[in-house]
Design a protein. Structure first.
Length: 69
């Protein structure tokens, strides 16, 4: 099996990510960047920290927020 056939045999990566940046979360929710920070400060969103201290919002948290509204 050559390298090209081997690459094609691998499954395609999922488009769904486990966590999103603050900016990406804001775009998905249709709100301002700072609105996501306010949601975090008020305890409505629970972020996680990635390497180097970057805040990420888990996909499950975004879905939970959308279901409660």
């Amino acid at each position: 099996m050559n390298a090209t056939a081997q690459v094609q045999a691998l499954p395609a990566p999922s488009a769904e990510r486990l966590a999103y940046s603050i900016q990406e979360s804001a775009e998905m929710l249709g709100v301002n960047y700072f609105s996501v920070y306010r949601l975090i400060q008020r305890g409505k969103l629970k972020p996680c920290r990635a390497l180097r201290g970057k805040l990420l919002v888990p996909r499950a948290e975004l879905l939970r927020l959308l279901k409660t509204e």
